[in-house]
Design a protein around this ligand. Structure first.
Ligand SMILES: [Zn+2]
Length: 202
């Protein structure tokens, strides 16, 4: 699976070439324009527009585009505390430890404690705890796997449960966040359990 991650990274690096070919001003304009398309909605991470934006954000972060203030950030997007890029947070299964993740620097854009809607945060916390038990099956060590007569079956069950939980998060727990952030993304996959976006029913 490590090999798979490497090949994926290589592929994405390759795709990002289109943005590396943009000059700073063009890149800043493209991002600013795309941010306004992303505004006010909940997005799956796998959506191609989000994917393209993340690639641009990667290149922009390397070049510190938002510090150069070449283009005005769309007014609806306050700067993120982590890297001063426009606030575009993502909900992931690590929300308890890492809060909402910044799409620009992959740091913590909003810590769990800073989430203003406490009801939505608490619902997400309960979900994340349940999810982490399911997710941990992918990381069982050999001893733990051995005691299970059929690890394949346990893995399969965990993957099915992950699909259900991710669907619940995307459909019920993430939508309230749209009211509090300019735009919000949720991670609709679990690479460790081999759950792909198309496996998550919505
Ligand atoms: Zn950031």
């Amino acid at each position: 699976m490590a090999h798979e991650a490497d090949s994926m990274e290589k592929l994405w690096h390759n795709y990002a070439g289109v943005f590396r070919g943009f000059d700073d001003l063009t890149l800043a304009r493209w991002m600013s324009q795309t941010l306004s398309q992303l505004h006010g909605k909940l997005w799956r991470m796998s959506h191609p527009l989000v994917g393209a934006y993340r690639l641009a954000a990667m290149v922009a972060h390397d070049r510190q585009i938002w510090h150069q203030r070449m283009v005005a950030i769309p007014p609806d997007f306050p700067p993120a505390e982590c890297c001063r890029a426009p606030l575009l947070p993502m909900i992931t299964r690590d929300v308890l430890e890492s809060g909402l993740i910044c799409l620009h620097c992959n740091g913590t854009a909003v810590s769990f404690e800073q989430i203003t809607d406490r009801d939505a945060a608490e619902a997400l916390a309960g979900w994340a705890e349940e999810y982490s038990t399911t997710h941990s099956v992918a990381h069982w060590d050999d001893g733990r796997r051995g005691t299970h007569e059929n690890f394949d079956q346990a893995f399969e069950n965990a993957a099915t449960e992950s699909e259900r939980l991710l669907s619940h998060m995307g459909q019920d727990l993430a939508p309230p966040f749209v009211e509090h952030y300019p735009s919000i993304v949720w991670e609709d996959q679990d690479e460790c359990l081999q759950v792909r976006p198309e496996d998550i029913a919505m």
